[in-house]
Design a protein around this ligand. Structure first.
Ligand code: BG6
Length: 492
C-alpha cells in the first residue's frame, strides 16, 4: 500500500451539493480520502445549493449517498460517522444574492484554510457564482475554483465562461476537470512513455502503423436526456476525454511534469490536429444514433424513445473519426477514435498497432507475420498488453503465433484502484494543476470541434441508426476497413 501523505487542511465548498455529481462522485471520493487518512481533521466540506436544509439533513443525504455508491466492504460505520461530522451546509443562491453572507461568515471561522470552490452546477451559473465569491471577498491566495465540464458547447460559449471566471480568478487558480486525466491508467500512459526507453523510441510514424482509441459505454442517456440531446457524443466525450487521451498518446516529452510543461505539449498536439472540412467529412467521420436493441442480454429502447418519443432528434450517440496529427512524428499515422452509448461493453482502451515486419524469413505455412500490438486498457481490468510473435512449442516445425506480455494492474498491485475524482480533488487542494485543462487547451479543442460540428450541420443526412448492443453503425467498420485495417475487438 502506497504511503498516504495528508494534504493541507481545507474548506471545500461544493456548489450543486444536492446534484448527481456530488452524490455519485464527490462525496464518495472525499470519503475514501478521509478514510485513508489523507484529509486533516480540521477540514470541512461545505455543501451549498439553493435548497433550504439543515446541516443534519445534508448529512443524512450524504449518508444515503455513501451507502449507495460506496461498496459495503469499504464502509466502516465509525469512519463514516466521523466523515459526516466534517460536512456542513449553507443555502446559497448561485444566481442571486441570497445566502452569500452566511457562507462568508462560515468561511471566516477558519481564514487560513485552503479553499477549493467546486462548481458542480450548470455552467450557466459559473459566471455569477464567481462574481459573488469576489463581491463577498471570498477569493484569496489559497482559493481555487474547480470547473466541471461541459465548459461551453462551442468556442464562443467556452470563451464566455472562461472570461467570466477569469475576471475574478487568475488562471493558476482555475482547475478545469477532465476526469479521464485522473484515471490511474491514463496517468500510467505517461509512465509507460516517459519512464521506459523501449517504447518512446518506437513512438514514431516509422514504426507505428496506426492508433485506435475506443471509449465504449453500455449505458444510454439515463436521466440526462435534456442535457445530452443538446450535446451529443462529440461535445460530451470527444472534445474533452478522447482528445485528451489522444494528446497524452501523441505529445512530445514535456520538460518536466509541472502543469505548464505538460499542458504546453498537449496544446501542440491539439494545434496539430487537422481540421475536418465539409469536403472530407463523409470520408473520415461516422455519426450514429442507437435504435432499440439488447445490452447485456436485456432489451433496451432506442435513443428517441429514451427522449420520450421525440422523433426528430439528430443528436449523435456514437462517433467514429479518422484523425491526423500533422507533425513530423505522426505524419501518415491515422488515429481512429470512436465512442458511443449503448455499445456491447463498457470498455476504454488505446491500441497502438505497429507496422508489420518488412520481410518474413518464415515459410508461408508458419502462419505468422502478425504485426505487434500494444493494448493499453483503461477500464475495466486496467492493464497493458504487448502482443509479440513467438514460436509454437513442440517439434511440429516453425509455426508462429501471437502471445501476450500481459500486465494486469489488479493482479500486480493487489489494491483498490482509486476513482479519478479522489486523485483530482487532492490535487486541487495541493494546487497541482498538471492533470487539469488550461484555458487555451479547452479553446483550441473547441475550435477543432466547431469546424466538425459545422460540417455535420451542413449535411442533409441524419446520424445512422445502430442497434443498441452493437459496435455502432456498419459505416464505422467500413471507415477503418477501407484502409485495410480492423477495429481491435473484431480481431478476436
Ligand atoms: C462524462 C460524460 O464526462 O463521462 C458521460 O458526460 C459519460 O456521458 C462519462 O458517461 C463516462 O465516464 P466514465 O468514467 O464512466 O468512463
Amino acid at each position: 500500500m502506497a504511503t498516504i501523505i495528508p494534504v493541507a487542511s481545507f474548506d471545500c465548498v461544493v456548489f450543486g451539493a444536492t446534484g448527481d455529481l456530488t452524490t455519485r462522485k464527490l462525496l464518495p471520493a472525499l470519503y475514501y480520502r478521509y478514510k485513508d487518512g489523507q484529509i486533516p481533521g480540521t477540514s470541512r466540506i461545505i455543501g451549498a445549493s439553493r435548497s433550504e436544509m439543515s446541516v443534519e439533513a445534508f448529512r443524512e443525504r450524504a449518508r444515503d449517498a455513501l451507502k449507495r455508491f460506496v461498496p459495503a466492504r469499504d464502509l466502516d460505520e465509525d469512519k463514516l460517522a466521523a466523515f459526516l461530522d466534517h460536512l456542513d451546509y449553507v443555502a446559497v443562491d448561485g444566481a442571486g444574492d441570497d445566502g452569500w453572507e452566511d457562507l462568508a461568515a462560515k468561511l471566516a471561522e477558519r481564514p487560513d484554510q485552503v479553499r477549493p470552490y467546486y462548481l458542480a452546477t450548470s455552467p450557466d451559473l459559473y459566471g455569477s457564482i464567481c462574481r459573488n465569491l469576489s463581491v463577498h471577498g471570498l477569493i484569496g491566495e489559497k482559493s481555487r475554483v474547480v470547473l466541471e465540464k461541459p465548459i461551453g458547447k462551442d468556442l464562443k460559449s467556452a470563451r464566455a465562461i472562461n472570461d467570466a471566471v477569469g475576471e475574478v480568478f487568475p488562471e493558476e487558480q482555475i482547475f478545469r476537470i477532465d476526469h479521464y486525466l485522473g484515471k490511474e491508467t491514463v496517468q500510467n500512459l505517461l509512465a509507460l512513455r516517459f519512464a521506459n526507453t523501449i517504447f518512446e523510441r518506437l513512438w514514431t510514424a516509422d514504426v507505428i502503423d496506426h492508433v485506435q482509441i475506443t471509449v465504449g459505454e453500455t449505458v444510454g442517456v439515463e436521466g440526462r436526456a435534456g442535457y445530452y440531446d443538446t450535446s451529443g457524443a462529440l461535445r460530451d466525450m470527444v472534445q474533452n476525454h478522447l482528445l485528451q487521451l489522444l494528446c497524452l498518446m501523441a505529445m512530445e516529452s514535456p520538460l518536466t511534469l509541472d502543469a505548464n510543461s505538460v499542458r504546453d505539449e498537449k496544446l501542440k498536439v491539439l494545434r496539430a490536429l487537422k481540421p475536418i472540412t465539409p469536403h472530407d467529412v463523409q470520408a473520415v467521420t461516422v455519426r450514429g444514433q442507437y435504435a432499440a436493441g439488447a445490452v447485456d442480454g436485456k432489451p433496451v429502447q432506442g435513443y428517441r424513445a429514451d427522449l420520450g418519443g421525440e422523433t426528430e432528434s439528430r443528436t449523435e450517440t456514437f462517433v467514429a473519426l479518422k484523425l491526423e496529427v500533422q507533425s513530423w512524428r505522426w505524419a501518415g499515422v491515422p488515429f481512429y477514435i470512436r465512442t458511443g452509448k449503448r455499445l456491447p461493453q463498457k470498455l476504454s482502451e488505446i491500441v497502438v498497432q505497429f507496422r508489420a515486419s518488412p520481410f518474413s524469413i518464415f515459410p508461408a505455412e508458419s502462419f505468422g507475420r502478425e504485426p505487434n500490438r500494444l493494448v493499453i486498457r483503461l477500464q475495466p481490468e486496467e492493464g497493458i498488453k504487448l502482443e509479440v510473435m513467438t514460436k509454437d512449442p513442440g517439434p511440429g516445425g516453425m509455426r508462429l503465433r501471437p502471445t501476450n506480455l500481459d500486465i494486469s494492474f489488479e493482479e500486480t498491485f493487489k489494491q483498490r484502484y482509486p476513482d479519478a475524482y479522489e486523485r483530482l480533488l487532492m490535487d486541487v487542494v495541493r494546487g497541482n494543476a498538471t492533470l487539469f485543462m488550461r484555458r487555451d487547451e479547452v479553446e483550441v479543442a473547441w475550435a477543432w470541434a466547431d469546424s466538425l460540428l459545422k460540417a455535420w450541420a451542413d449535411r442533409p443526412e441524419p446520424p445512422r441508426a445502430y442497434p443498441a448492443g452493437s459496435w455502432g453503425p456498419t459505416a464505422a467498420i467500413a471507415l477503418i476497413e477501407r484502409d485495410g485495417r480492423t477495429w481491435h475487438e473484431e480481431m478476436h
